[in-house]
Structures are given as C-alpha cells and as structure tokens.
Design a protein around this ligand. Structure first.
Ligand code: NAP
Length: 249
C-alpha cells in the first residue's frame, strides 16, 4: 500500500544521510519530493534523477536553511514547481560542531543554533500560510536523543535539538485547530556521514550499549517519518518519538 500517493513533501538537507533515506522511502510511497542541500550539488542532482526514475516528481534546491530569506524563496519556488500545495514539511538539515564548552567558540555555538534551530523557525514560518490555506499539513522536526538527554561536548547541538522540541510542542498547540500537525523525531545513533566522523572504538561502545545492539539505519528514521507524514498518525500531534533502539530506555 502506498501511503503518500501524490503528496508534495519538502525535506531540508537530503543530499545524503537521513534526509536522503527519507526521500527514497517517501518516493516508494508515491510522494513528490522537493529537497534541499547546502553544498553537495552533485549528490543532490543524482538523487533528483534517482527519485524521478521512481516515477514521482522531484527537484533539488540549493538553499541555506539558516537564512529566512532563502527559506521564503524556497517555499515560493516549490509552490510554483509542484502544483501549489505542500502536504508535509520535514525540517531535517543539521550539523555538529562538537567541543567542550571551554573550547567551544561563539561562532560554533551560533552556527549550530542557526542551522539546526533557527532553520526550523524559518521553514515553518515560510510554509505556514500555505498550510493554513489548505487547512491541513504535517510538520516533522528532526531532533535528537541528545536534545532530550544532553551530551558532554555537544552543548550547542543539544541546545538546538532541545529547542526544536519546545518549538514542536508550541506549534502543535498553535496550529492544531487548523488540522496542522507538528511532531518531532529523536533519533539515537544513526549510521550516516555525520556519525562516520566518530572514532570506530567509541562507536562500537555505543552499539554495545544500545538494547537492540546496533546503530540505526536511515530507513529506520524514514519509516518513523512515514507514520507522522501519513494519515496513519492523523490524531497524533505535539509528540516526540525516540527512534533509538532503546538507547534512552
Ligand atoms: P548528514 O549526513 O551530515 O547530512 C546533513 C544534511 O544536511 C546534508 O544533506 C547537508 O547538505 C544538509 N545541510 C547542512 N547544512 C545545511 C544548511 N545550512 N541548509 C540546508 N541543508 C544543510 O547528517 P544526518 O546524519 O543525515 O543527520 C540529519 C539530521 O538528523 C540532522 O538534523 C541531525 O542532527 C539529525 N540526527 C542525526 C543523528 C545521527 O546519528 N546521524 C542522530 C540524531 C539526529 P550538504 O551536504 O549540501 O551540506
């Protein structure tokens, strides 16, 4: 059964990793995919072709999620390129700039907050008018278990991801009466380029400590997004779903 046939979906940061995994699973379910990247043009254009080959409409946009101006332009371009509607917005773009507070620069704090958290304000505000006009929409914010629990060496990242949870619950309260839902996913340890930078010994230690004894895949996250994006979750809003192999249990 295709759960998203003909739906228009925007995903920020889908040139690789979790965003790319979501794009693939959603296209298998019949969704048209508008997605962004910031620098990785060649992989983004490759993904655009791959998705089109799956029989859906797809387009890659170079757009900095940290810029409100670019986010507004992106929404206008997507409305123009995809039949004037947006069904699902996935705020997925994110970066890490890890360091202990003692060594963390102001610039690294600000950049992580801007790309991970301010971006969610930018995109949600820019898309809001369309959702209100349609009287429907699903917004999914990619938080992290680190935003729930905190993590030494990631004060900037944890603050951005915790902020996304507060934003998610507030928007669920603001927009629920218009049939616009807003939920967050808190992935645990997912094996992508972001986590590929980490020391293999440390990573193996994490795998061993996870109740399900493995890191998550991008499909694991995409499947949770599928639930929040589709009518399967039509009575669910303001929630944070940990997809972490039991890590926070
Ligand atoms: P990733 O492999 O590093 O991919 C990040 C994506 O975001 C790339 O497509 C990148 O595009 C894009 N991006 C970065 N800065 C951007 C900007 N300013 N504007 C637009 N796009 C931008 O990361 P990932 O592991 O897939 O993570 C995706 C999301 O899940 C992030 O929000 C991350 O915090 C969250 N998450 C990940 C894990 C994990 O274990 N991997 C766990 C919890 C939460 P370019 O390549 O063009 O820069």
């Amino acid at each position: 059964m295709k759960l998203l046939e003909g739906k228009n979906v925007i995903i920020t940061g889908a040139s690789r990793g979790i965003g790319k995994g979501i794009a693939r699973v959603f296209a298998q379910h019949g969704a048209n995919i508008a997605f962004t990247y910031s620098a990785s043009e060649a992989p983004a254009l490759e993904l655009e072709e791959e998705l089109k080959g799956m029989g859906v409409n797809a387009k890659a946009y170079k757009s900095n999620a940290a810029s409100y101006e670019e986010s507004e332009k992106l929404i206008a371009d997507v409305l123009n390129d995809f039949d004037g509607t947006i069904d699902v917005l996935i705020n997925n773009a994110g970066i890490t700039k890890d360091n202990l507070l003692m060594r963390m620069s102001e610039a690294d704090f600000d950049q992580v907050i801007d790309i991970n958290l301010k971006s969610v304000f930018n995109m949600t505000k820019a898309a809001q008018r369309t959702f209100l006009k349609q009287r429907k929409g699903s917004i999914i914010n990619m938080s992290s278990v680190v935003g729930v629990k905190g993590n030494a060496g990631q004060a900037n990242y944890a603050a951005s991801k915790a902020g996304m949870i507060g934003f998610t619950k507030s928007i669920a309260l603001e927009l629920g009466s218009r049939n616009i839902r807003c939920n967050a996913i808190a992935p645990g340890f997912i094996e992508t380029e972001m986590t590929g930078k980490l020391d293999e010994k440390v990573v193996q230690g994490w795998r061993d400590a996870i109740p399900l004894k493995r890191g998550g895949s991008t499909e694991d996250i995409a499947n949770a997004c599928l639930f929040f994006a589709s009518d399967l979750s039509s009575y669910v809003t303001g929630q944070v779903l940990n997809v972490d192999g039991g890590m926070l249990t």
